[in-house]
Design a protein around this ligand. Structure first.
Ligand code: G6Q
Length: 535
């Protein structure tokens, strides 16, 4: 395979970068009075203004040519068709099928040619029954009391998505129910939740695709022991534990009644799983109707991604502009700045989505890449970020492309607050682009020409949230295709897990440990000595 950097489309972009160098974004606005409208797009209820980037019509045409040359449309169609595009794990990637409630047939390619929709519909129906029962109070704890607290125990893809969505949809929350998310194996995480919870009215959802994850099982065992230590009989586990998993045997071995198990499938990747039964906490908190609206919003973005021409295709445009920054203009990170407090977990969620998907340095063909791949994703909600790290955006040496996300209408009635919030959001992208010259006082000089996108949501409801998440999912997908990497595996997390198992055994060792490098031996031995001294 020709190296990406030697393809005609890549070279055309490199030449174009040189031609465009020295022309500021502000100058591009002066050249084209229609620029704002020309470089904006509406899709699936979202409006995205990408005009404050150092691109002109020619840049976009060349970026789209690169996407086309990379086969983005072909790969996208293969994903929607259920082909096993996750080649290093031989799996289909069909999270889009989870939100296609039209019931269109989706076949996982392979020996079985199974239409997945009937299975998806059956699990959705069970989620509705269960979440309705918990919300209405029909589902009761072992002493007959209604559930008041729901604790999701899961990590990574089995935590970040449902947690982010539950935070984002708080205005839709059931009044009686408090949601908790325990992910960390640090005992402090679960201890803080259990300290305040009542065993009679707490429901645990153990969410784990594999049901073998060390952190999740440790937390689930602690939760079970806590319930039993309160005097509840073994039979109470069925009233207080549900599971979401692909592994029915392990769920049964743990002691959870498989009647309380919600299934999903190996063609749903962990970080793409909030649309599956992993979204059960969302359905319980906001109701199954809201969960289905979330699916519908994502499906609307899927349709846009599948059908719109690449030139007017939002995930494709955001992906290719990201590639422009990353590969041609030297950016290495991407800031996510939601000007909406309900979206405060979105940056953390997108960190996993993007960095676990595209943090790769070997192509699908097994060759080391000679170009940059996934950026570092980071962020905080506005306006908090302004009073912290925005200094670096305005006057630092690094160029940090930023996505601003803002809602036109808030869920509260504090209109004055919302005007201040929105004014700050718009002011930041304006300031980042235009800068402000100060010849006499260089410390007050703002160079400007900092690139931003602004994503406008009418109101943060389940459907628009679904569309927003799907937008980023597909953006990440497109970038992975262009970079010729597999966005759907995560081998990079395995090595540390394996070593931790070995070290865990050594933490019980009676004498000094010497099997590692000097630093690791020293740390283990220091810990062991201090632990022993403390007991
Ligand atoms: C996501 C990853 C990873 C995974 C967690 C939890 O894409 O695969 O974050 O979700 O390691 O795994 P389990 O759901 O199997 O416990």
């Amino acid at each position: 395979m020709t190296s990406l950097t030697r393809t005609p489309a890549w070279r055309a972009l490199a030449d174009h970068r040189d031609a465009l160098a020295g022309i500021s974004i502000r100058a591009l606005f002066e050249r084209d009075p229609e620029r704002a409208a020309r470089f904006s797009l509406d899709a699936a209820g979202l409006f995205v203004d990408y005009s404050k980037n150092p691109v002109d019509a020619d840049t976009i045409a060349r970026l789209v040519a690169l996407a086309r040359e990379a086969g983005v449309d072909k790969h996208r169609d293969a994903m929607f068709a259920g082909e096993r595009i996750n080649r290093t794990e031989q799996r289909a990637v069909l999270h889009v099928a989870l939100r296609d409630r039209s019931g269109a047939q989706r076949i996982v390619d392979g020996v079985d040619h199974v239409d997945v929709w009937p299975q998806v519909a059956a699990v959705l129906a069970r989620m509705r029954t269960f979440s309705d029962a918990v919300r209405s109070g029909a589902w009761r704890g072992h002493t007959g009391r209604e559930i008041t607290d729901v604790v999701n125990i899961g990590i990574g893809g089995s935590d970040l998505g449902p947690k982010m969505v539950c935070e984002a949809l708080k205005p839709y929350a059931h009044e009686r129910l408090t949601m908790h998310f325990v992910s960390n194996v640090d005992g402090a995480d679960i201890a803080e939740v259990l300290k305040r919870a009542n065993p009679e009215t707490t429901l645990f959802i153990v969410s784990s695709k594999t049901f073998t994850t060390r952190e999740t099982l440790a937390n689930a065992h602690t939760a079970r022991a806590w319930l039993l230590a309160s005097g509840a009989p073994e039979a109470a586990i069925a009233k207080h534990f549900a599971a979401v998993s692909t592994n029915a045997d392990a769920v049964a071995t743990f002691g959870i009644d498989t009647a309380n198990m919600f299934e999903f499938w190996d063609w749903v990747g962990g970080r793409y799983s909030l649309w599956s039964a992993i979204g059960l906490p969302i359905a319980i908190m906001a109701g199954m109707d809201a969960f289905e609206q979330l699916l519908d919003g994502a499906h609307a973005m899927d349709r846009h991604f599948a059908d719109a021409p690449l030139e007017r295709n939002l995930p494709v445009l955001l992906a290719m502009i990201g590639i422009w920054h990353q590969n041609f203009l030297g950016a290495t990170s991407q800031l996510i700045a939601p000007y909406d407090n309900y979206l405060h977990r979105l940056p953390a969620y997108l960190q996993q989505l993007d960095m676990e998907s595209n943090g790769k340095s070997v192509t699908l063909g097994g060759e080391r890449v000679d170009y940059a791949t996934g950026p570092v994703i980071w962020g905080e909600p506005g306006t908090n970020g302004q009073h912290a790290f925005f200094q670096l955006l305005h006057q630092g040496t690094a160029i940090i492309p930023t996505d601003f996300i803002v809602c036109m209408r808030p869920h509260h009635t504090l209109d004055a607050h919302h005007d201040i919030l929105v004014a700050n959001c718009f002011a930041q992208s304006e300031a980042l682009m235009n800068g402000s010259r100060s010849v006499d006082e260089p410390h007050r000089n703002f160079e400007g020409n900092r690139p931003t996108n602004t994503i406008c949501i009418d109101m943060l409801d389940p459907a628009s949230l679904g569309a927003l998440i799907a937008l980023y999912e597909h953006k990440v997908f497109v970038q992975g295709v262009v970079w010729q990497i597999n966005s759907f595996d995560q081998w990079g997390v395995e090595l540390g897990k394996k070593l931790a198992v070995a070290i865990e055994r050594e933490l019980a060792a009676p004498g000094p440990v010497s099997s590692h490098d000097g630093s690791t031996n020293q740390l283990i031995n220091r810990y062991n000595a201090r632990r022993r001294a403390a007991t």
